[in-house]
Design a protein around this ligand. Structure first.
Ligand code: GLP
Length: 244
């Protein structure tokens, strides 16, 4: 596990965007796993800006999404599909056929989840998976209690996750379940790149660093991955001391 401590939220987001671009420059046919959440917003802004300035092409890349809410239309303004279309796909001119979304609107969700896993495998697996982390240590929507070998499946959201995301659904009922890549699916990505920013993430970052394979904090399962990079801003790193 490699930890990159930065001096600001801005620098942390730039570092992550820079790592993505570096990968795509070296391997234009990269299969990229995308994450959503507020943490990723400045990363995607930096990525789009930098990609335009340097004219990096994403035309050979393929994209998969970590998760999606259940029970809402995929084109709902607060769906993760809409989030990623608006912030990444459209600004970078990425075409629909390059991107596969979790089939959250499928009638036979279990078969569709299997199909999603098959699609990832058929493209040679995910080369670089971006990740945020929930305050309770969830990754994707793998809430506490998720198993290390879990695959893409329907998951129930915890109360704390519902509270953290409720503002995305003003005036309407917040979805209570989602379709998420499993921890086993995520661990098969060749490189994992996690970003945590802000004071609210400081306790979970401390917990991750101090615990191993703790089912109550799914992000701890990532620590044995051979290529796991964790990028932190000063607030998220405020409860750890790596210099001792
Ligand atoms: C969300 C997503 C995760 C994200 C996490 C943290 O609900 N399912 O992929 O990493 O929770 O979100 P945020 O960056 O808004 O704190």
């Amino acid at each position: 596990m490699k930890i990159v401590q930065t001096d600001s939220l801005h620098e942390a987001s730039q570092v992550v965007a820079g790592m993505i671009l570096e990968r795509i420059l070296a391997h234009p046919d990269t299969v990229l796993g995308l994450a959503t959440g507020k943490t990723m917003e400045p990363v995607y802004e930096a990525l789009v800006k930098e990609a335009r300035e340097t004219q990096v092409s994403f035309s050979q890349c393929r994209f998969f999404m970590l998760d999606e809410y259940l029970g809402i239309n995929p084109n709902h303004p607060s769906s993760f599909r809409t989030y990623i279309k608006e912030r990444v796909l459209r600004p970078l001119g990425i075409e629909d056929h390059q991107c596969t979304f979790p089939p959250a609107d499928s009638e036979n969700i279990e078969a569709a989840a299997l199909g999603y896993e098959e699609k990832i495998k058929s493209l040679g697996g995910i080369d670089l998976q971006l990740l945020g982390v929930g305050r309770n240590g969830h990754i994707g929507f793998n809430e506490p209690g998720s198993l290390k070998h879990s695959r893409t499946r329907v998951v129930e959201l915890t109360q704390s996750t519902i509270e953290a995301n409720r503002s995305e659904f003003p005036g309407e009922e917040m979805p209570k379940s989602a379709l998420s890549m499993g921890i086993g699916t995520i661990l098969e990505a060749k490189n994992l790149l996690m970003l945590a920013t802000g004071e609210a993430k400081a306790p979970v970052i401390k917990h991750i660093l101090n615990h191993h394979e703790d089912e109550d904090c799914p992000a701890t399962f990532l620590k044995d991955h051979p290529h796991f990079t964790l990028v932190l801003d000063p607030e998220a790193a405020s409860k750890i001391n790596l210099k001792i």
